[in-house]
Design a protein around this ligand. Structure first.
Ligand code: HEC
Ligand code: HEC
Length: 163
């Protein structure tokens, strides 16, 4: 494709998109998609919902499946993680746990990709929030029908018993 053809296609696209926008503006009452963003029309800008309060409860949460990174049970507001400092490790690294009382990052966090155990946290596990997330008291915007494998197994056993 030469530059002229590319140019023509780009111009055609711009004209098409502008055209769509103009057509859409003729119908200001068009309802917004009734998905996560409930109510309102397509052209209405609603206020952002308030930030939900973080859950800050001590103790452990049951993991939904064995490999799940446990969710963070405490607030992490203003905890800094960058090249020079890692607030999480100030409590969760092996050497700190005696003082902090926090659970130690598990052995997998010391392994490089060849499963070699290093002396300190492996670089690929340095940015904790890639995998671990804090929880808020927000109402979930979509439903969830997840069932724990133990519940599924129990159900299966029950249905076999009935047969
Ligand atoms: C001031 C010390 C401290 C800091 C800083 C801290 N934690 Fe914790 N963390 C704890 C303690 C103590 C617990 C045990 C549960 C509790 O008492 O809240 C815990 C629990 C957890 C758990 C749950 C472990 C499990 O087995 O269920 C995760 C995950 C976690 N923290 C991740 C993080 C991450 C990620 C950061 C940084 C953003 C962080 N923590 C910063 C002290 C800390
Ligand atoms: C690549 C994903 C990943 C990253 C990054 C990561 N974790 Fe984890 N973490 C996991 C998984 C998966 C588990 C549960 C299985 C395991 O122990 O490997 C876990 C388990 C834990 C536990 C519970 C340990 C136990 O023995 O019960 C703590 C505490 C924890 N992580 C803290 C951290 C902290 C602090 C960081 C940042 C320095 C971090 N993790 C970075 C995936 C991750």
């Amino acid at each position: 494709m030469n530059t002229k053809q590319v140019f023509t296609i780009v111009v055609a696209l711009i004209v098409f998109v502008c055209g769509l926008a103009t057509v859409a503006e003729q119908f200001p009452d068009t309802p917004g998609p009734d998905g996560i963003r409930k109510g309102g029309t397509l052209f209405e800008t609603e206020d952002a919902p308030q930030l939900a309060d973080p859950v800050n409860a001590d103790g452990k949460r049951v993991r939904a499946y064995p490999e799940q990174p446990p969710t963070i049970p405490h607030t992490i507001r203003d905890y800094q993680i960058d090249k020079n400092s890692n607030r999480c490790l100030e409590c969760h690294n092996r050497i700190q746990t005696g003082v902090s009382g926090a659970p130690m990052i598990s052995i997998t966090h010391f392994m490089d990709r060849d499963f070699q155990v290093l002396a300190d946290v492996a670089p690929r596990r340095y940015f904790c929030l890639q995998c671990h997330v804090p929880q808020t008291k927000a109402k979930s915007s979509v439903g969830n029908t997840f069932e724990d494998v133990d519940i599924l197994l129990r159900k299966e056993k029950q249905s076999q018993g009935e047969q």
